[in-house]
Design a protein around this ligand. Structure first.
Ligand code: OSB
Ligand code: MG
Length: 353
C-alpha cells in the first residue's frame, strides 16, 4: 500500500530540562528539536523528531543546520512523491551526503505513516514483540550528585542506570555506588573522553562492576577500541563510532567492540537501523537502544526499536517526566515496575500535542 505525500510540516519544540544534563563535552540545560509531520493522501499523519543538538558536540550536525537541510533539501525531494515502501526514502535522499539526523527525522515520519495506514502498531510493523520494554535512565551529573541521582533512579523503579564517566573520576566512589545496588545493572558512558589517555587509564574502571563501557575513545580511534576490547574484562560498547552498517562491519572485523548502541537519528533512520540489527544478529553482537534527551515522538520510535529480537540489554528508555515537565505526546510515557508497556494503537501509538 503506497503513500502519496500531501504535506510536510516542521515544528520547532523548545523546553528546559528539569535537571541539567552534564557530560564531559557539554552541559545541556535546554533542548530544541524539530518535529517532522508527513501527511499522506488518506489524511493520516506520520511523525519523526530531529534530535541534533545546538552545537556539534555529539555528532557533526546541529539543529540549525538540520533545519536548513530539512527545509531546503529534503522537503523538496519528498514533496508530492508516491512512496511504495518506507525503505525507498533512503534512496530518494541518496544524492544528499551525510546529514543522517535530518534524514532520520523525515524517514521515521514516513515509517510511522506506513504503519498507521496499515492500522498496525509500529513495533509490529517492524517485526517486534509486544512485550513490555525494560526501562533505563542516565545519570549525567557532577560526581557529588551521582549517588543521590542513582538513589532516585532506583526509587523510581529503573532497573538499569548509565553513568557518564571521565578519566579523572574517583573509582572508589563509583565502586561504592555500584555495590550499594546489587539489583541494578550499571552501564558507563565515556563519550570519547579517554581519547588522550589510552587503555591504561580505562583499565582502572574495569573493577567497578559495569556491564559495559560505552565509547571510551573518539569515534575513529578503532585501534584503541580494539585494544580495550582485548584487555578489559568489562564489555566495550560503541556509540559515536557507529554511523552506518559499514561501521558495524568494521567493528566486527577489527574486534573493536562487543556491543553496539542503536540510535536511529545517528544512523539515518529505520532502514539503516534495521540493516544494523540484522548484521548484529548474524554476528551475535548484543544491542540496546540509546537516548538523545528527546521528546515523546522520538521516544516512541525508540520503544518500537527496543521491541525487536536481538535487543538484549535495557536501553536509555525513560519516562516522559524524566526530562520534561510536560512531554509533547499523549498519553505520556510512564515507567511501572521498571518497564514501559507498548501502545497498541497504530504507528507510534501516541497523539502529538
Ligand atoms: O552519548 O548516549 C549518549 C544524550 C545525548 C547525546 C548523547 C548521549 C546521550 C545519552 C542518553 O547519554 C540520554 C537519554 O537518556 O536520552
Ligand atoms: Mg553514548
Amino acid at each position: 500500500m503506497a503513500v502519496k505525500v500531501r504535506g510536510i510540516q516542521l515544528t520547532t519544540v523548545r523546553q528546559p530540562l528539569k535537571n541539567p544534563f552534564k557530560t564531559v563535552l557539554q552541559q545541556v540545560e535546554e533542548r530544541e528539536v524539530i518535529v517532522v509531520a508527513v501527511t499522506g493522501d488518506t489524511g493520516l499523519i506520520g511523525y519523526g523528531e530531529c534530535v541534533a543538538f545546538e552545537t556539534p558536540w555529539y555528532t557533526e550536525e546541529t539543529i540549525t543546520g538540520c533545519r536548513f537541510v530539512l527545509e531546503q533539501v529534503l522537503e523538496p525531494l519528498l514533496a508530492n512523491k508516491t512512496i511504495e515502501n518506507p525503505q525507498d526514502v533512503w534512496e530518494l535522499f541518496g544524492a544528499v551526503k551525510g546529514n543522517r539526523m535530518a534524514k532520520a527525522a523525515v524517514e521515521m515520519a514516513v515509517w510511522d505513516l506506513f504503519a498507521k495506514q496499515q492500522e498496525m502498531p509500529l513495533w509490529k510493523f517492524v517485526g517486534g514483540s509486544g512485550d513490555p520494554i525494560p526501562a533505563g535512565v542516565v545519570v549525567a551529573a557532577a560526581p557529588s550528585k551521582i549517588a543521590e541521582q542513582v538513589a532516585q533512579a532506583a526509587e523510581s523503579g529503573y532497573r538499569r542506570v548509565k553513568i557518564k564517566i571521565q578519566p579523572d573520576m574517583d573509582i572508589t566512589l563509583l565502586k561504592s555506588v555500584v555495590a550499594a545496588y546489587p539489583g541494578l545493572q550499571f552501564f558507563a558512558d565515556a563519550n570519547g573522553s579517554f581519547q588522550a589517555y589510552g587503555v591504561e587509564r580505562l583499565k582502572a574502571f574495569d573493577e567497578v562492576g559495569f556491564t559495559l563501557i560505552e565509547q571510551p575513545f573518539s569515534e575513529r580511534q578503532w585501534t584503541l577500541h580494539t585494544q580495550a576490547t582485548k584487555e578489559l574484562s568489562t564489555k566495550i560498547c560503541l556509540d559515536e563510532s557507529i554511523a552506518c552498517v559499514e561501521d558495524v562491519q568494521q567493528m566486527i572485523d577489527s574486534r573493536a567492540g562487543d556491543i553496539i548502541v542503536l540510535k536511529m537519528s545517528r544512523l539515518g533512520g529505520w532502514t539503516e537501523t534495521l540493516k544494523v540489527v540484522e548484521l548484529c544478529q548474524t554476528h551475535s553482537i548484543g544491542m540496546w537502544v540509546g537516548g538523545m534527551i528527546e521528546f515523546g515522538v522520538s521516544k516512541a520510535h525508540n520503544l518500537a526499536l527496543a521491541s525487536l529480537p536481538g535487543i538484549v540489554y535495557p536501553g536509555d528508555l525513560s519516562a516522559s517526566r524524566h526530562f520534561w515537565e510536560k512531554d509533547i505526546i499523549e498519553p505520556e510515557i510512564i515507567v511501572e515496575s521498571g518497564e514501559i508497556v507498548l501502545s497498541d494503537r497504530p504507528g507510534i501509538g501516541y497523539r502529538v500535542v
